[in-house]
Design a protein around this ligand. Structure first.
Ligand code: PCA
Length: 213
């Protein structure tokens, strides 16, 4: 199977983005899977263009986009993307959309078509903390997840796709008291497990991972 996995470039004053750092560490091929990696700019609009050309060029069967979620304790498998940009800080291109639809007239939200619970379970079984997240935020990660799911829904219905957020690296929190972090090897291991599980599992686990607000 062919999998496209993407990671964002650094943003918000950080010199590294754990997403792409961890993606880079993954092997190009393992267990019958061909893995294509791409770095995506942390920029509204442009990120979807770069992703779309990679999808058209590579014709993957699975697409997993990965981003940094500073402040999260676990690898977070995102369940849903909403049709809204509301940027707290400008992106790397200076864009700061507020309350703008990503696709004018598009559905309010799209669900991931990855087996999210099987992925979270498999990552935990591999010894790395993981959970389902019910919000990818309103910044570039939600933007690209919505863009990916819209692309899949309208043009590539055979592709399975979704998004995973990862915590800061240890080196990123040295100057941030009380901020959670995770080692690069653990993040990369988790992403490798996510890729394998996405290829192997067609029907997701029916077990609760819900939250009470
Ligand atoms: N994280 C940001 C955008 C790029 C990234 O790695 C986010 O969560 O929206």
């Amino acid at each position: 199977m062919k999998v496209l996995i993407t990671g964002f470039n650094p943003f918000g004053g950080e010199s590294k983005n754990p997403a792409y750092e961890a993606v880079k560490l993954l092997p190009d091929a393992f267990e019958g899977i061909e893995l294509v990696k791409a770095e995506i700019p942390t920029a509204f609009y442009k990120s979807i263009e770069v992703l779309k050309s990679a999808v058209e060029r590579e014709k993957p069967e699975v697409v997993i986009c990965v981003g940094q979620a500073g402040g999260r304790f676990t690898v977070s498998v995102e369940r849903v993307a909403i049709n809204l940009d509301d940027a707290r800080i400008p992106d790397n291109g200076g864009n700061q959309p507020v309350d703008q639809a990503i696709v004018e007239g598009g559905p309010a939200a799209y669900f991931s078509t990855l087996p999210i619970k099987a992925i979270a379970n498999a990552i935990r079984a591999g010894g790395v903390p993981a959970a389902i997240s019910n919000s990818a935020g309103t910044y570039v990660c939600n933007h690209i997840m919505y863009g990916l799911m819209h692309m899949i829904s309208t043009e590539f219905p055979e592709i399975k796709g979704g998004f995973i957020h990862v915590p800061f690296l240890e080196e990123q929190v040295l100057d941030k008291p009380n901020m959670p972090s995770m080692g690069l090897e653990s993040i990369s291991k988790a992403l490798g497990i996510a890729v394998k599980t996405a290829c192997e599992v067609d029907i997701d686990l029916k077990q609760t991972e819900g939250t009470i607000c």
